[in-house]
Design a protein around this ligand. Structure first.
Ligand SMILES: [Zn+2]
Length: 389
């Protein structure tokens, strides 16, 4: 379409954009002076743009979930430093705000000053609050480690895409806004949402996220399982947040190493919806009886021993079963010696059932041993079928 004066306007805007690029303020001079108020100012412009371009979800449960998890993490990030390998760990408390964008892409992003966005597609993808917390903590780290200030410093000049985005924004009626702010808003969103912050910043955000999660009482294994599952789904990754970061293996490796350093046991079943052995406290013959459940079915009641309570034995057995399930155990690797009450995984004793356990279930020792083995095999079978699909 040709509107009168269109070309003239086009050229004017292009020149304005170029002029801005040439006299863009040098961020190199004292980056720290940009922390806080400036970040909030930039962030607000970007947030206004995000609000204009997106539809927010109004699902009250989802909003409450994201806010509750996010605020816990934000409180920690506002008072505790996590070492920054990129950006700066200098604390500038922000008023974090969490919004949900109605969009099926698996994506989340943040703009400076504490505005954090997650897509509905991401909410569907995460399998636990722990995984969602990992994503929120990652985005919080981008903000509290001032990543954007450092990034802008690197990319102080405009690129062509930017000029086009600016032009589009102006022609679509944003011309009453202050040019510089529109420019900043568009640039920030482009970095935050589309291009990502770059490998160093991503690595730092993963690292900070694990540190903040631990401090806030979350299970940081959620970061590992989230990244692992993302790396298994390249077709999904293409669509969303990590499309610009083809280094999932690196991120998974780094997360695993940090969990090891922090002595956090890697129990993937705690942060995913994979089938797990659970201990439930039942009543049996009028007394408390901790029981082991798999797939909502009672497996057995561990009886107390001289040196261990029933609860300790139950928790111990559940942990062992979950670790075995995590280890990629195959059905043929799980056997048993029913007469001795021993369940064997990869030729090593996994769990020992005793006569007292069998008695609580009203079964013989060989029968209970066989039925516990079958219950675990059923999970392995289900996992195998699920993996094939
Ligand atoms: Zn990131």
């Amino acid at each position: 379409m040709h509107r009168p004066g269109f070309l003239k306007r086009f050229i004017t805007v292009l020149f304005a954009a170029l002029a801005l690029s040439l006299c863009a303020p040098s961020f190199a001079a004292k980056l720290e002076s940009k922390f806080g108020a400036k970040e909030i100012e930039y962030g607000e412009e970007a947030a206004a743009q995000v609000a204009k371009d997106n539809k927010f979800s109004n699902n009250a449960d989802d909003i409450k979930r994201v806010q509750t998890l996010g605020e816990k993490l934000a409180a920690v990030a506002n008072k505790m430093q996590a070492v920054a390998s990129y950006g700066s760990a200098k604390i500038t408390p922000f008023e974090y705000k969490f919004s949900i964008i109605d969009d099926p892409d698996i994506n989340a992003f943040s703009v400076p000053g504490g505005n954090i966005y997650v897509n509905t597609g991401l909410l569907k993808f995460v399998q636990s609050d722990q995984e969602l917390a990992a994503v929120l903590a990652h985005e919080i780290t981008h903000a509290c480690h001032h990543h954007m200030i450092y990034l802008l410093d690197k990319q102080a000049s405009l690129n062509n895409q930017m000029a086009i985005a600016l032009l589009a924004s102006m022609l679509s009626g944003a011309n009453s806004s202050d040019l510089n702010n529109v420019l900043m808003g568009v640039q920030l969103i482009q970095i935050a949402k589309i291009n990502g912050y770059g490998q160093e910043a991503e690595r730092d955000a993963d690292h900070g996220a694990i540190v903040y999660m631990k401090e806030a009482g979350f299970n940081p294994v959620g970061m590992l399982t989230f990244l692992e599952r993302l790396s298994l789904k390249p077709e999904l990754v293409e669509l969303g947040i990590y499309r610009s970061h083809p280094m999932h293996a690196d991120r998974v490796r780094a997360a695993k190493a940090l969990l090891g350093e922090l002595k956090i046991p890697i129990n993937r079943r705690a942060t995913t919806d994979a089938i797990k052995a659970e201990v439930r406290n039942n009543m049996l013959n009028g007394a408390d009886a901790p029981a082991i459940y798999l797939q909502e079915k009672l497996v057995y009641y561990p009886a107390p021993l001289a040196d261990k309570t029933a609860a300790q034995r139950a928790q111990n057995a559940a942990d062992i079963i979950n670790a075995a399930l995590d280890s990629g155990l195959q059905m043929r690797e799980l056997t048993s010696e029913p007469a001795a009450g021993i369940i064997i995984a990869r030729n090593k004793p996994l769990i020992t059932i005793i006569e007292a356990d069998a008695k609580l279930m009203g079964k013989s020792l060989p029968d209970l041993t066989k039925s516990v083995t079958t219950a675990i095999r059923n999970v392995l079978w289900k996992q195998m079928v699920d993996t094939v699909q």
